[in-house]
Design a protein around this ligand. Structure first.
Ligand code: SF4
Ligand code: SF4
Ligand code: SF4
Length: 262
């Protein structure tokens, strides 16, 4: 559906984590009125409805699972989280977070009460996993194989972290584990297969938030398999439901990742 310039400007002021949903809502609202384009008046009308008492609450699902655009064919994809996102959503659905929030939150539910999980398919982290309750980054740990290296320098050139040096004496690349962000770019460009995939998985971070007192999420050390990520999500939800009172965010009750892993 087409958006007028001023309607488009207005929607950009909506916080990014709900913008997509609000945009869909406005389009459905305009379509209901038989319109084929969205005007500023549609945005304002819906905003008024939302801000009225209880106006927002029926749209609160209690959680949100989102992904980056890796699934749409982004060439930077290291490890796709599309399937993982679906399985995480099923786990969260079973937990019935909305009812939990309804019992715990005084007053109307708001979007900021929702439990948020986001997955990015590479360390560029376009879906912002550092500032949600659970952030997941698809990653690939590169390794050096026995295939002969031609010292072509392609891996060194492509690595944004300066994590690779070439050992000319032994004719092989050396990968600095501290700098490497597991983006898989060097694997993709190596013409000989000297640099290959050592391990594929996901980085997981917990307890990020924006708002009045923003905090970046804490990383659960290591690279985690699909099943390990599901297990971390389950433990995080259990901890959240056992400890959150009066709508406290996961980040407010979590002071270290060890709290949920033991
Ligand atoms: S996080 Fe990576 S894979 Fe996902 S959209 Fe951004 S650049 Fe592409
Ligand atoms: S995986 Fe990415 S960050 Fe790590 S060495 Fe390769 S290009 Fe550099
Ligand atoms: S590891 Fe691969 S990309 Fe890097 S210098 Fe050797 S052949 Fe070239």
């Amino acid at each position: 559906m087409k958006w007028s310039q001023d309607a488009d400007q207005a929607i950009k002021k909506v916080p990014f984590f709900v913008r997509k949903r609000v945009k869909k809502k406005v389009e459905a609202f305009a379509a209901q009125k038989g319109k084929t384009s969205v005007e500023l008046s549609d945005v304002n009308e819906l905003k008024k409805k939302f801000l009225s008492k209880g106006g927002m609450e029926k749209d609160i699902k209690g959680y949100e699972v989102s992904t980056c655009f890796g699934g749409a064919g982004c060439p930077n994809t290291a490890n796709s989280g599309t399937q993982l996102a679906k399985e995480i959503e099923k786990i969260i659905e079973k937990e019935n977070i909305r009812s939990f929030l309804k019992e715990n939150v005084k007053g109307d539910l708001k979007f900021h009460h929702e439990f948020r999980v986001t997955l990015s398919d590479c360390p560029n982290a376009c879906s912002r996993p550092q500032i949600v309750d659970i952030g997941i980054i698809g990653s690939v740990l590169p390794g050096v194989s026995d295939e002969p290296c031609t010292l072509c320098n392609a891996c060194v050139d492509v690595c944004d972290e300066n994590a690779i040096t070439l050992d000319e004496e032994n004719v092989k690349p050396v990968i600095g584990s501290h700098q490497c962000l597991m983006c898989a770019k060097c694997i993709k460009v190596c013409p000989t297969g000297t640099i290959g995939e050592k391990e594929k998985g996901f980085r997981v971070m917990l307890g990020g938030r924006l708002g009045r007192h923003p905090r970046l999420a804490m990383e659960v050390a290591g690279l985690h398999t699909h099943d390990q990520v599901l297990s971390i999500v389950q433990k995080a939800l259990k901890f959240y439901k056992e400890n959150s009172e009066n709508g406290q965010r996961f980040s407010h009750i979590l002071s270290s990742v060890e709290q949920i892993l033991t």
